[in-house]
Design a protein around this ligand. Structure first.
Ligand code: ZN
Length: 172
């Protein structure tokens, strides 16, 4: 397991759709293990492969940030197959450090994907878990929470972020 550097807003890999994983092999399982280690080290409650510079449809989520092993979710080729209702809460992102925003999210989602052994998993999520799934699945579609803000807030924040990307994100 290795902690990988997290790429920041402005890096092309974050702003383009990622490719589906064709086969879950040892390289994918090793990517998952590194993503979990990187998420815990950050610390964060979710991470998508593009955030470590890998353009593949792979996400990890753990609302307990390593406190409860039962809460770790590792999904390959995840998809939102059902959505219902609306919620709006403050979100942050490890690739947009120091900034936040409240994008509109579904209140409830059903997510399907493959676990590290290649078995299909289905999750019904509400509240924070629903937001985390949507946030991470947005990442593999090349979208950040910033892209889902109201036009006024989005444009204001994007101006600040483009400046950060130009000047270089300082290392924490
Ligand atoms: Zn994020």
């Amino acid at each position: 397991m290795a902690i990988r550097p997290i790429v920041k807003y402005g890096d092309a890999v974050l702003h383009a759709p990622a490719s589906a994983v064709a086969a879950i092999d040892d390289s994918v399982r090793s990517l998952l293990a590194d993503m979990v280690a990187t998420m815990y080290a950050a610390p964060g409650i979710g991470l998508a492969a593009p955030q470590v510079g890998v353009p593949l449809r792979v996400i990890v989520i753990d609302l307990s940030v390593g406190e409860d092993p039962a809460q770790l979710i590792q999904l390959v080729n995840p998809q939102v197959v059902e959505r219902e209702g609306e919620q709006r809460h403050e979100e942050g992102c490890l690739s947009v450090p120091g900034f936040g925003g409240s994008p509109l999210r579904p209140a409830r989602v059903t997510v399907k994907g493959l676990d590290p052994e290649g078995h299909e998993r289905v999750f019904n999520a509400t509240e924070l878990l629903a937001r985390a799934f949507c946030h991470e699945i947005d990442h593999i579609d090349g979208l950040l929470f910033v892209d889902r803000l109201s036009p006024l807030k989005r444009d204001l924040l994007k101006r600040k972020l483009r400046k950060k990307a130009r000047e270089g994100w300082e290392e924490e």
